[in-house]
Design a protein around this ligand. Structure first.
Ligand code: ATP
Ligand code: MG
Length: 230
């Protein structure tokens, strides 16, 4: 099986252009802001003065913009698909171990139910990114005392990985739009998490499905074909 040709598409070119045009002035603003801060600290000796609160606010907003551009680029320029036979159970167990402290901090239990194939042909980096996004979404939607479960199932012809939570669930309108780039209901969200998950699934020739009811939790399932490989 040959590699698909990797020509930059229109979105990728536009994204790189926009990121470049925004990042350069942003860097300059950042540098000038720290010069301003330095000079002001000589004029205003009290570090709690209101002017420093204002400066910190501006710096915070600049960082937000910079983070947004980074996430935007990650979405628009995902790395080339690199499929290998990987121990998916081990991969998900490691990921859960990495996420457990953050879940525990919020009082949410993170559980694994891995009955799917031991190994599968997947891009480990991309699969981890996708599941990480799903666990983060689940955690953000689930109040203390709730549960998040990462499951695998499947046979020789498909691997299913799902992330379920006992959280707030989605309205039908939200579920409808959830996979669209930049759709978010969160104040600090960028709305690129689920589109990335869909992209990862489609790169593998698979798909994503969302089952959710308001107040009844959410399950997002990735179905990836051919875990047995070529
Ligand atoms: N597990 C979930 N439970 C409830 N709603 C969810 C869940 N996952 C996603 N959503 C809804 O779908 C929207 C889009 O999710 P997505 O991950 O794409 O973006 P986001 O989480 O808002 O921002 P970010 O880019 O930081 O991930 C969310 O804003 C939320 O309304
Ligand atoms: Mg998200």
């Amino acid at each position: 099986m040959g590699e698909p040709p990797q020509t930059p598409d229109l979105l990728e070119t536009l994204a790189a252009g926009v990121a470049h045009e925004v990042r350069n002035p942003l860097n300059s603003v950042q540098i000038n802001l720290s010069i301003l801060e330095q000079e002001l600290s000589e004029l205003v000796p009290d570090p709690r003065a209101h002017v420093f609160v204002v400066l910190a606010k501006i710096a915070g907003e600049i960082k937000r913009l910079d983070d947004f551009i980074s996430e935007f680029l990650r979405f628009a320029r995902p790395p080339k698909l690199n499929v290998e036979r990987l121990p998916v159970r081990g991969l998900l167990t490691d990921l859960a171990a990495f996420m457990t402290p953050e879940c525990a901090h919020k009082g949410v239990a993170l559980e694994l139910d891995l009955v799917g194939p031991e190994t599968a042909w997947v891009d480990g980096f991309q699969l981890k990114q996708a599941i990480l996004n799903l666990v983060l979404n689940a955690l953000q939607a689930t109040p203390a005392g709730g549960r998040v479960v990462v499951r695998t199932s499947g046979d020789g012809r498909s691997l299913k990985v799902s992330v379920s939570d006992t959280g707030e669930g989605m309205t039908p309108e939200t579920r409808e739009k959830a996979l669209m780039p930049f759709f978010t209901t969160k104040e600090e969200g960028t709305g690129l998490g689920l589109p990335l998950v869909r992209h990862v699934a489609e790169q593998h020739g698979g798909s994503v499905e969302i089952a959710s009811t308001p107040g009844g939790g959410t399950t997002v399932t990735l179905t990836l074909p051919a875990p047995g490989g070529p």
